[in-house]
Ligand binder design. Structure first.
Ligand code: SF4
Length: 351
């Protein structure tokens, strides 16, 4: 038998596929923010720093993620293609898909999913399609994941800023969630206002300069701490570390202390039942130090390409290969517009 899954698995594991994962520059998907509880949401700055300097990953690539990512891309295309081919039935005209933008000031480059015109209301609308796993679907039905929300708010800000005066305004960016696999049956019990079970939407807009999210029932939630300014704060902090070639502190933890796990348990933040049972038993037995036997940590570290390096005794032991910055108008490598002296001295200046 010619084993096609194994051939694909091997292809995802090959050095060519590994090298094609390299990244440079700042991308909207790398966005992060500090919330009012001083927690970081989104990408770790140290991880971005490693990426910026093209650090070789220290972890093996998991081919499972490769095939999941491919299926996500295919679903994107299915949804895009449906909208593209049904303007009369949907009343939505696809003006542009995969549209690129570049923000010289923040050294951000990105590509949006869909740019639409609603012919029923003569309204411009951006749209980001997010395909989610069974588990993730349950976490983004009543409100969007903050990282998705940040990304869409950033897109909206970028398109609002770049629109020529006199042109039609764009005031809304949709997050369209689509659940993969057999989520349909699990999702039936969660109302989200969409006629589909496996597809639902939130709309991101600005009120003054902070973010407001509207769900499909019309309920609005204000995120006053996510503003047109704070969207870019941590990109600026990262830039400062890169310019100084100084490794940023870790934003996440690979292994929680027993004390932290107990605290999360009390706050009802332990997701898996089997972990809750283990903690129950440990607490019942007097919570002896070193006896919990649970290895828990932040998702970001567990799936980080640089985890071993980051948590080693010498997390700076890598070769820094610099990344070029381009001025798209002049097609040449430039010194960033903003001199280092205008970047605040430390990250606290931004918060
Ligand atoms: S291992 Fe964790 S703290 Fe270190 S770079 Fe990766 S995400 Fe950041």
């Amino acid at each position: 038998m010619i084993d096609i899954p194994s051939r694909m698995y091997d292809a995802f594991s090959s050095s060519i596929m590994k090298s094609s994962r390299g990244r440079s520059g700042f991308y909207p998907s790398s966005i992060s923010i500090e919330n009012p509880d001083k927690e970081i949401i989104g990408t770790c700055l140290r991880q971005e720093y490693y990426r910026w300097f093209n650090t070789a990953p220290t972890e093996d690539y998991n081919p499972e993620f490769g095939i999941i990512s491919l299926s996500g891309e295919a679903l994107h295309e299915v949804i895009t293609s449906f909208i593209r081919n049904h303007p009369l039935e949907t009343g939505l005209v696809l003006l542009k898909d995969e549209h690129s933008f570049f923000d010289q000031e923040n050294m951000l480059s990105g590509r949006i999913d869909l740019f639409l015109l609603d012919t029923k209301t003569d309204t411009l609308l951006g749209c980001d399609i997010k395909t989610v796993s069974d588990y993730a679907a349950g976490t983004c039905i009543s409100e969007p994941r903050i990282k998705d929300l940040l990304q869409c708010a950033l897109y909206l800000d970028q398109y609002q800023k770049s629109a020529h005066s006199g042109n039609k305004e764009i005031n809304e960016w949709a997050i369209l969630y689509f659940a993969r696999s057999d989520s349909y049956y699990k999702l039936k019990k969660y109302p989200h206002g969409s006629p589909f079970k496996a597809m639902w939407q939130f709309s991101v807009s600005f009120e003054d300069d902070y973010v407001v999210v509207t769900d499909q029932f019309g309920n609005k939630t204000s995120y006053t701490w996510i503003t047109k300014e704070t969207l870019y704060t941590r990109f600026k902090v990262l830039y400062k570390y890169i310019k100084a070639k100084q490794l940023p502190p870790r934003d996440y933890e690979h292994s929680y202390s027993e004390e932290k796990i107990a605290g999360l348990y009390k706050q009802g933040k332990i997701a898996l039942k089997k972990d809750r049972l283990t903690i129950d038993k440990w607490l019942e037995k007097g919570a002896a130090e070193g006896e919990l036997g649970l290895n828990m940590g932040d998702f970001s570290c567990r799936f980080c390409d640089f985890s071993s390096l980051c948590w080693s005794n010498n997390p700076e032991s890598f070769t820094k290969k610099s990344t070029d910055l381009y001025d798209l108008r002049n097609r040449k490598i430039i010194v960033p517009k903003k001199p280092l002296s205008t970047v605040p001295k430390d990250r606290d200046d931004y918060i």
